[in-house]
Design a protein around this ligand. Sequence first.
Ligand code: BG6
Length: 587
Amino acid sequence: MTVLVFFLYRNPKEMLAKVADKVSVLRMVVDRQSKFEATIGLGHTRWATHGSPTTSNAHPHISNSGEIVLVHNGIIENYDALKKELLKKGYQFYSETDSEVLVNLIQDVQQAAQLPIHKAVQQALDRVIGAYGLVVFDKKKAKQMIVARLGSPLVIGIDNSGFYVGSDPTPFLAYTKSAIYLKDGEMAQLGLDKKIEVRRIKNDEKLNPRREELQWNMDQIQKDGYDHYMLKEIHEQPRAIRDTLRGRMFADQGKIQISSINDFKNRFVEVKRIIIIACGTSWHAGLVGEYLIEHFARIPVEVEYASEFRYRNPVLFCDDIVIPISQSGETADTLAAVKLAKEAGSFIYGISNVVGSSIPRETHSGIYTHAGPEIGVASTKAFTTQITVLMLLALKLGELKGKLSKEERTKHLKELAGVPDLIDTMMAKKDAIYAIAKKIHKSANCLYLGRGLNFPVALEGALKLKEISYIHAEGYPAAEMKHGPIALIDEAMPVVVIATKKGHYDKIVSNIQEIKARKGILIAIITQGDQTVKELADYSIEIPESSQWLTPFFATLPLQFLSYYIAILRNCNVDQPRNLAKSVTVE
Ligand code: BG6
């Protein structure tokens, strides 16, 4: 559940609204309040870490003196010890949150040495262990806001009327495209006089931050007439893939032009091992990358869950290349894993969709997917553009390693160039997929099976269904079915099988017969014109014929639509499913 707040201030007036519900409900609450011209406004959507999602745990938290106001995104790991200290000094706490401890610590430090607010924040943060993106202001000196970040993202929007602060630029893009991304360990004073001062928290060093012009516009953020962002983003995939390929591949000449690789050519030529680190859907894209890179470049690839990798004390070598994949560029576990690998001396080559976000800024080099803003929590176009980049990377590494001739590269690049148009043609299948969704949307469980490159796609299909319809779904390598999941199959179990002609076809047909023998409801993703599996399946969705290396593009789309329509039929909130966030910036 999301907890939202809105706080407006203009000395001596203030207005506070908190709801444990959706933005639309908060808007109603705010509209009922008496209006006044505010000089400072704070809003916050809370992801519950310390303390359940209640209004008392909602931000902003106000210090015991009633004067210091704070919103905080992150986790204060030593909050308990700090709280005990403050309790001994007579401080009282009204929530279960670590953030309330922080605002009272700032008050305590301020009062102890009569410090100006920015100094008090600095000294308080010196005592904090953990992650934060925070906004603080002192009602006594309500002519400025203090912002600071370590681990959690924070970006400042600037226009003639003043400053906007967000975890990412989306909330203020309608007002300005000029922004400053605060780096880790930095803080800023934002004045009503439109003055901004950026300093390093640790040593108070004055900094000269770079002001960036944001690429995206409001149109790209609107729903363009689609019912949901997810549906819009599914339809945007052909454009997103074209934009991601643009200027990077010249199919007729068999040429791949990726400057971020050329700049570090030797690193890539000498690489002995590639380690891909990611979370969620990005991890599934990483698995597809493993198949592609090992096949085309013959370089061993390991795909790691970032959350496990960061604590496993992994064995890293300086001639490893570590590839973090992250749509948002802000996922806390992936960011931490990057820092760990960097400290160990590995070369970090990032894949991300958000220019200027934290992970790209931690890497030595990298490449952006050009999916445009992805708003729907369930990732769609980011996945297919990540696969696009991984295919380019695999072919380029194959070239650098001398494993792929120009003819072969040309063949694969020409096929890759045709992917967006073919996906475009597949959009017409959505009604047929809706009809299948109507048949199975009441199911409690669902299995997804695939072989080879279709295995990660099966995992992704299952994740999509879990994320937005709350049906318990599992993806498996089809052959693994016999070692357990087959026990789940009966006449009530839908089984989605990706059975494309290229890549282990005969084997997948025998898996299908095993499912049929146990009366499972078979939904098959088949290659155009395949009658064999079509006759075996209860429902089938045809996809274009392609080389096995490109099937993930075509097999993913029907699974995105299937999960979308099932979620709609179950009246689920497709764009903001329960318990999920677009980017998990806390551990
Ligand atoms: C989850 C999102 O929070 O994070 C998923 O809901 C996403 O869609 C995952 O795949 C990883 O995020 P990112 O931004 O690191 O790719």
